[in-house]
Design a protein around this ligand. Structure first.
Ligand code: PLP
Length: 390
């Protein structure tokens, strides 16, 4: 037996709320209950065949069996630049200096603060939100200030409420639109204001764009922050092929934007990892070039699931935010069912349905829960029917 102690940064991590849910889930499963999990945000639809074929062909090429380039294949980065041009109208990206390949966007988001955050530096992070950025900044001894996202402000941070002193102190801000878990989409005016503030106070802007392709109506089509004039002075956008082409397990993403920010991330990466498998990048090139019609098909599947679940929730009298993007539904814990955690653990115990408690994404998520639309419609409907009988 060893007495090795975890480093303080691990010991002081907040308790992992989802571990308690896993414990209850295991207990319920042991009773033989058929569990339906609406907890995990992991696409269930398969990667399209033409992407798999491209990968298989590339994997047979010994050229790709060696260490990959740290910054990624130039051909992949060129395909990213082209995709940004056709999808977002962002014309002037230099694939050599303004784009870097990632082993999935989580890797880039977690490593990026290493390049720019010193102990004591302040990072602003929206909450409820994807938990990786505050943890990464915290690991470095950085300070984190949370900006709450409330329904009355369409789950956007109220930038006017951030004091001048905070803006002056801040080194970095992390935003994520379309947003996990609230499903909110940021309008152009929000990004314009944010870019303006970041330019004024020289604050690094991290925008997490993992869900831009999971939207429901053309009218709500999410934008890239790099569409805003001047954004490239301050912004780096993290993107991923995970949600866009159902490639979560392939681990492929990209960071795009300001050349110094991209270079800093590259410096971290060349010291801690050796890049993404180049056969996977070859498949990524094909996905970016030919994948749009497939993404449209995935959107249709999520649209059908979303509409079915929203109708059932409405019938059950459960309030929700109608998602404009992402495959999540952000819904309110019905009155009389206690806190998010109490409601979610009751639904698992009594109905065998796993939901995610809203406060797991940050304190302002209390009173909410998240449904993930990554299982098929009949099972989704069965889950909602079970919740209705609670
Ligand atoms: N950003 C957000 C908001 C996410 O929800 C996720 C994954 O669920 C990621 C980034 C990471 O995605 P990946 O590492 O698969 O690119």
């Amino acid at each position: 037996m060893s007495n090795f102690k975890f480093a303080k940064r691990i010991e002081t991590l907040p308790p992992y709320l989802f571990a308690e849910i896993d414990r209850i889930k295991a207990e319920v499963a042991a009773r033989g209950v058929d569990i339906i999990s609406l907890g995990i945000g992991d696409n269930d639809l398969p990667t399209p065949d033409f992407i798999i074929d491209a990968m298989c062909e590339a994997a047979r090429n010994p050229r790709f069996h060696r260490y990959p380039s740290y910054v990624g294949l130039l051909a992949f980065r060129e395909a990213v630049a082209e995709w940004y041009k056709t999808r977002f109208g962002v014309e002037d990206l230099d694939p050599k200096t303004e784009i870097i390949t990632l082993i999935g966007s989580k890797e880039g988001i977690a490593h990026f603060p290493l390049a720019f955050i010193n102990p004591g530096d302040l990072t602003l992070v929206c909450t409820p939100n994807y938990p990786v950025p505050p943890v990464a900044a915290g690991f470095l001894g950085g300070e984190v200030e949370f900006l709450p996202l409330y329904e009355e402000n369409n789950f956007l941070p109220d930038l006017d409420k951030v004091s001048e002193e905070t803006w002056r102190r801040a080194k970095m801000i992390y935003v994520n639109y379309p947003n996990n878990p609230t499903s909110a989409v940021a309008p152009r005016e929000f990004f314009e204001k944010l870019v303006g503030l970041c330019r004024k106070y020289e604050v690094i802007l991290m925008q997490d764009a993992a869900y831009t392709e999971v939207y429901y109506d053309e009218a709500d089509k999410p934008m890239s922050v790099l569409e805003i004039p001047g954004a490239k002075d301050v912004a780096i956008e993290f993107h991923s092929l995970s949600k866009t082409f159902n490639m979560t397990g392939w681990r492929l993403g990209m960071a795009v934007g300001n050349a110094t920010l991209v270079k800093g991330l590259g410096k971290v990466k060349e010291n801690v990892d050796s890049g993404a498998f180049e056969a996977v990048q070859q498949a990524g090139i094909v996905a970016l070039q030919q994948g749009a019609p497939y993404t449209e098909k995935f959107r249709a599947v999520y649209r059908e699931r979303r509409d079915a679940v929203l109708a059932a929730l409405k019938e059950a009298g459960i309030e929700y935010v109608e998602p404009k993007a992402t495959f999540y539904i952000w819904a309110k814990v019905p009155k009389g069912y206690g806190s998010s955690a109490e409601f979610v653990s009751r639904v698992i115990q009594e109905k065998g349905v796993v939901l995610t408690p809203g406060n797991g994404f940050g304190e302002p998520g209390e009173g909410w829960f998240r449904i993930s639309l990554t299982i098929d419609t009949p099972r989704l409907m069965e889950a909602v029917e079970r919740i209705k009988t609670l």
